[in-house]
Design a protein around this ligand. Structure first.
Ligand code: NOJ
Ligand code: CA
Length: 681
């Protein structure tokens, strides 16, 4: 911990943590970001209701916004508060990600802690903690242990975000049956209904803000409900009981977060989400190596084979061997196999009680395949589809992880396919219950899975997961997840993912953390030969744009062998990074990302757009100065267009470049561009 000296903080020096007890009680408390641009104030109104405001360069960004809780069994915690005292502190530290988009993360913030006490007979106490970074704000409630608040049965949290001006917003609906697998809406901020987070907005003055949460532990996730105008409030995601959250005091809530940036790229460059999570509590996770994988997967989504035994079972020993051979030949270290276990012949959607997580089907020789893979330097990736039956999965969890460990699987993809609100749970007395994917029970379930997985040296890639809130910092075996509309919609989705879907994802869902999107369908055809709304070059760009430390090459092996020139990029691209730079971007329109391979000298660039042709100017100043690079460019052909057969038009070319050069990156409608910058020794 490197606490900056007071002298280093200059005129704005902040005292070390200490509750300043003064009489009469202070009416407000204020803190600024380290660079002085953001200012947060906490105060109480005439009814003793605490609120906060945020200003940027003196201009209101968040108008007075209320705070508090509703309980199922006690008076609400919102009125008749008095600020008892406040304290400030500052911290400027750095830490390393074991894997990630950046190796070193700087955490430079100032903290304001405000202690509030009810002036009524109940006299309950609540603390508010704000952390202010140069690029945003996080705050949470801390409820100390106290006689009149022993167990909190929280009906809802009444945290507001009253945005000071209107603008545009990019969002997916909250509380809808398909969880978070929706295309993004772009509307005025003042017409968003109930939205998932991250909720991204661009205000009239150009400021970009993304509201989300961090460190969702033993608590319900939140949606954002617009109350009126541009004022939003949290709606805790339900559970089976009346109380959405039940906690014994003392406890802390997840952080409510706002990334605040001058432009769209600035949103992604923020580390606020990770910095508001606790450090690694698992220890060594070196059993997990960031890697690319292929799988017996796309063939199921396009109906070439299926998960169940009939009519054509995909996970047969022979078919998996074929995939292992392909992986070994082209340098992939993982092979995902779905449909390998007993249970797929049942109606498993929303009811996974028929699944057995350590019993393969008779035509899948697990031992033989594990040995075969190992001999070829490949590992199987396990698959545990639960159909949303969390309790059933937990009842077999240790067996599941033992099976994975014994078969050399260091990554298990889990899945929770069930409509929203249909997670199956067996209650404490054996009673059936229904939970939500982002509720408190689910938050705890995922951590139980991670802890068990860690004991067996297994990393988790969860599909239909709880929302990502940066917990990979604390649980670094939580390597990826889905939690948005992925590639599978390009197989059977109606509609398929639209050309700007990934430019939306990058500035919304991806602010939360890695996504197992499963890119790379170079055949550009889904079920029944239906075309993807993408060019071939764009499929390559996704490996750089959409970060995940496990990256699938999703297409069929035989399709890759028909597109070997483009496939070379998928072979070469890194999956773990020392550095990431967002070079340009506009939410839902285009983005260009450059990343430097972890421990290497190569840089990679990916650019994706929407349905417009675009010409972007990119300065190569991120490259090492004084060095020469070979740029291996995979670009849309001049006639490329996602709407015609020319979606396959791709040019692969090489040119010598240095850090002083400027490139013109042209994108076709529905297009993209991928570049490897190879250091010339
Ligand atoms: C949904 C997942 O997102 C997909 O990847 C998987 O193939 C199916 N569930 C079956 O588990
Ligand atoms: Ca899914």
């Amino acid at each position: 911990m490197m606490l900056r000296t007071l002298a280093a903080l200059g005129a704005l020096a902040l005292a070390a943590p200490a509750i300043a007890q003064t009489a009469p009680a202070p009416k407000s408390a204020t803190i600024t970001s380290p660079d002085g641009h953001l200012q947060v104030t906490v105060a109480t109104d005439n009814d003793g209701r605490p609120f906060y405001t945020v200003a940027r360069d003196g201009k209101p960004l968040v108008n007075p916004s209320m705070l508090g809780f509703l309980f199922t069994d006690a008076p609400k915690l919102q009125r008749n508060f008095r600020i008892e005292g406040s304290s400030t502190s500052a911290s400027d530290t750095s830490w390393e990600q074991p894997w990630g988009e950046w190796k070193t993360i700087r955490d430079n913030h100032r903290e304001l802690r405000v202690r509030l006490k009810e002036t009524t007979a109940l006299g309950r106490v609540m603390e508010l903690v704000f952390r202010v970074f140069d690029d945003g704000v996080g705050f949470r409630y801390e409820l100390p242990g106290q006689p009149n608040l022993k167990t909190a049965h929280i009906l809802d949290e009444m945290t507001e975000f009253s945005i000071a001006e209107d603008g545009e917003a990019w969002w997916i609906p909250g509380s809808e049956w398909n969880r978070d697998e929706y295309l993004y809406n772009r509307t005025p901020l003042s017409s968003v209904p109930l939205a998932h987070t991250p909720l991204t907005m661009k205000l009239a003055d150009g400021t970009h803000v993304a509201i989300h949460e961090a460190a969702l532990v033993d608590y319900a996730g939140t949606w954002l409900q617009r109350v009126e105008g541009t004022r939003f409030k949290t709606v805790l995601i339900p559970g089976a009981g009346a109380a959405k959250v039940t906690r014994d005091a003392p406890f802390v809530t997840p952080w409510r977060t706002m990334i605040i940036a001058k432009d769209a790229p600035g949103l992604y460059m923020s580390h606020l989400e990770l910095n508001l999570n606790e450090p690694n509590k698992l220890g060594d996770v070196s059993y997990f190596k960031p890697s690319k994988y292929v799988g017996v997967w796309w063939e199921m989504h396009i109906d070439k084979s299926g998960w169940g035994s009939k009519p054509v079972h995909g996970a047969t020993t022979a078919n998996v061997q074929r995939h292992i051979d392909f992986a070994a030949k082209y340098g992939f270290s993982g092979v995902l196999v779905e449909g390998w276990n007993v249970g797929w012949d049942t109606a498993w959607f929303g009811d996974g009680k028929g699944f057995d997580f350590d019993r393969p089907t008779p035509d899948f020789d697990a031992k033989l395949l594990a040995d075969y893979a190992k001999k070829k330097g490949v590992a199987l990736i396990g698959h545990n589809e639960t159909g949303g039956s969390m309790s059933h999965y937990e009842s077999q969890l240790e067996r599941a992880m033992t099976f994975a460990h014994d078969h050399g699987e260091h990554v298990v993809k889990t899945g929770y396919v069930a409509d929203a609100g249909q997670i199956e749970r067996v209650g404490p007395n054996g009673e059936p219950m229904r939970e939500w994917h982002d509720g408190q029970f689910s938050a705890n379930h995922h951590l139980r899975v991670l802890e068990m997985a860690h004991r067996y040296q297994v990393a988790i890639d969860a599909h239909e997961p709880i929302k990502d809130t940066g917990l990979r910092r604390t649980y670094p075996n939580w390597v990826s997840r889905e939690g948005a509309r992925g590639m599978e919609y390009n197989a059977w989705g109606e509609p398929k993912n639209l050309p700007n879907h990934e430019s939306n994802l990058f500035f919304t869902r991806m602010l939360a953390g890695p996504m197992d999107f499963t890119p790379g369908v170079l055949s550009l055809t889904g079920k029944g030969g239906t075309p993807l709304l993408s060019t071939e070059a764009k499929q390559l760009a996704l490996y750089v744009v959409l970060y995940s430390p496990v990256q699938m090459a999703a297409d069929l092996p035989e399709n890759y062998e028909k597109h070997l020139a483009a496939f070379q990029f998928i072979h070469d691209v890194a999956v773990d990074w020392d550095e990431t730079r967002v070079l340009n971007g506009a939410v839902g329109e285009y983005v260009t990302v450059a990343r430097k391979a972890r421990g290497g000298s190569d840089w990679f660039l990916g650019a994706v757009g929407d349905d417009e042709p675009r010409s972007l100017t990119v300065q190569l100043s991120f490259l090492d100065t004084g060095k020469r690079y070979e740029a291996q460019v995979y670009r849309d052909g001049d006639d490329a267009d996602y709407r015609t057969e020319k979606r396959h038009s791709i040019v692969v070319e090489k040119r010598a470049v240095t850090a002083g050069d400027t490139l013109t990156v042209k994108l076709a409608p529905g297009g993209g561009q991928a570049i490897r910058f190879r250091l010339v020794k």
